[in-house]
Design a protein. Structure first.
Length: 223
């Protein structure tokens, strides 16, 4: 097997091509880059060598980061859509989306997904996520809408623009347990924002569907 970086500054790639053409049954691969020393930025070299020797390419290790996930959705959306009709409901939903996105951006949240009338966003700080959730609840109330919001902090797996993992499922289950106009958080979030000045009301222990164990949830106290 012959591996060579296309822009190698020490040994011209033509040398490797000549070797590959003159060694019977040689496997030749050109890789991007200009580094000659294999142990500098050599992860891609190791992957190719490992596959050559074993016949198997190991899947890339998914990137995992600590994040706070925020879920929101409109309470009673089906009934409201029926009352308004398609066109008026679509206009109202567009205005709702504008306000949610404004309040996500205000607190440095990253919109991950929008499904119907619900949003999934991530934050690198739980206090900002809580404040964003509170702002969203208050903003859309001016439209005559009530939303519920749920937050959880944990490790998430990055998959392109999407996020995955048990922390995401937990955040969704916390949100589903919230009432109209309520921002509900897990014990993890509450503990992480201790000293921030954010106050909570205990909502007791809950069984979250599909999530092991019993979870104590807290509602963010309204100003």
């Amino acid at each position: 097997m012959i591996l060579h970086r296309v822009d190698d500054k020490v040994c011209h790639v033509g040398n490797a091509r000549w070797l590959a053409g003159n060694i019977k049954d040689a496997t030749y691969l050109e890789l991007p880059g200009d580094t000659h020393i294999p142990w500098i930025d050599g992860d891609d070299l190791m992957e190719e060598i490992r596959e050559f020797l074993t016949g198997v390419r190991e899947p890339a290790e998914p990137e995992r980061v600590l994040a706070t996930v925020l879920f929101t959705d409109i309470v009673g959306s089906t009934e409201r859509a029926r009352e308004l009709g398609d066109r008026k409901w679509r206009d109202l939903l567009e205005r709702h989306h504008e306000l949610v996105r404004r309040d996500l951006e205000r607190y440095r949240g990253k919109e991950i997904d929008t499904a119907g009338d619900g949003f999934l966003a991530t934050f690198d700080g739980p206090a900002r996520a809580i404040r964003s959730g509170k702002a969203i609840v208050e903003s859309v109330r001016d439209l005559g809408l009530e939303v519920r919001a749920g937050l959880h902090t944990g490790e998430v797996e990055l998959a392109g623009h999407a996020v995955r993992g048990i922390a995401v499922h937990t955040g969704a289950r916390v949100a589903s347990a919230a009432g109209a106009g309520e921002v509900l958080v897990s014990q993890t979030v509450k503990d992480l924002v201790a000293g921030s000045g954010i106050e909570f009301e205990d909502r007791g222990a809950h069984d979250l569907k599909g999530i092991p164990g019993e979870w104590r949830l807290y509602a963010v106290r309204r100003s």
